[in-house]
Design a binder for this molecule. Sequence first.
Ligand SMILES: NC(=O)c1ccc[n+]([C@@H]2O[C@H](COP(=O)([O-])OP(=O)(O)OC[C@H]3O[C@@H](n4cnc5c(N)ncnc54)[C@H](O)[C@@H]3O)[C@@H](O)[C@H]2O)c1
Length: 371
Amino acid sequence: MFSPLGRGVFWLFFNEIRSLHLAKAMRIAFIGSGGIARTYIKYMKKFEGLEVVAAADPAVASLEAFAADVPGVVTYDDYHKMLKQTKDLDLVCVCSPNGAHADNTLAALRAGVNVVVEKPMAMNAAECQKMIDTAKRARKELIVGFQFRFDPRTEMIRRQVAEGHFGKVLYVRCQALRRRGIPNWGVFGRKDLQGGGPMIDIGVHCLEMAHYAIGSPRPVSATGNCWTYHGNKKSDIASMWPNWDYKTYTVEDLAVGMIRFDSGTMLNIEASFVAHIEKDVWTFQLMGEKGGASWEPTLLFTDHNGYMVNMAPGWIGAGGWDVIWEQKIKHFVEVIREGKPNRAPGEHGLMVQKMLDGVYASAASGKEVRV
Ligand SMILES: NC(=O)c1ccc[n+]([C@@H]2O[C@H](COP(=O)([O-])OP(=O)(O)OC[C@H]3O[C@@H](n4cnc5c(N)ncnc54)[C@H](O)[C@@H]3O)[C@@H](O)[C@H]2O)c1
């Protein structure tokens, strides 16, 4: 189409525009300015060229604490007003309670802004689908705030799966179990505002990383159950976060579920704020035809030269909370600024949500359900 000279001029022009774009600060706003929004700020400060210009939250105290940490930020008690009055936004981070994720995200996308929405993506799969469709129509990125897929343990296992080292993956066991850890802030005990308890709040983390590691197969059915036996009662027993609001506690203490994928793989998930076990567990294990893996402790299992062998990786890169948060921020900056592939797209959030919905629906009906 172009002569060699024309192509050269085009590339010079393209790169000039691109570097101008890269040099321009990314303008970011928050909807919800509580605990997790402050975590974003902590890690965003490690990056050049990110400018947090606005935040919206109905709670004045939360906005004041946020503003003290982010000099110059303009605060609003109404996110519609913020979206209307803040010009040239590149990104909105949705950090409100789960029940507000869909409305907040739809409003930001309709205002023509890319969105990172915290986990879980929404209250149910129907909301997730609407968010995906709206992002497509708006031609904007929709990124789910999953961070455990950026953990080097997840990536190491994902690569082994992708390269076929375990053969077909048959079974995955996920555990997000706290012996005693009911959040004593926010609305984590309110089913109407959160959609559920430990399954949707922390089970979602293990689900997203395990599902990503095995190649994101399509869930087709679920069975599960939920029980509430502790959070809705006053308790004097020592706890990581004492004095939660037991009077408004309407979510489960323990939920378990089994998911069937179109690949035939089965996945078991256990999530609890109050598990009567020796100590907290946060991991997944997988079993394949030729080998297996454990996320924590990080091990690979195989047969080698006539023996069963356990392999511990020597070095898989630095990990930990700081690293995965930095990776989470780096990821969305690269997706939005440089057009790199979105590794936590709405479609992945939707599949995880279908699993959560399936476990809760099965618990309510007492039967296996299609998802
Ligand atoms: N990725 C993670 O590791 C992680 C960790 C904790 C929480 N989260 C997620 O972040 C979200 C918020 O959790 P948190 O711990 O920050 O809770 P929080 O209670 O500390 O903060 C939530 C904030 O949202 C505000 N809010 C309430 N309704 C709103 C609405 N309709 N619109 C805008 N803001 C509203 C509240 O006033 C509050 O300031 C939840 O979805 C939670 O699942 C993610």
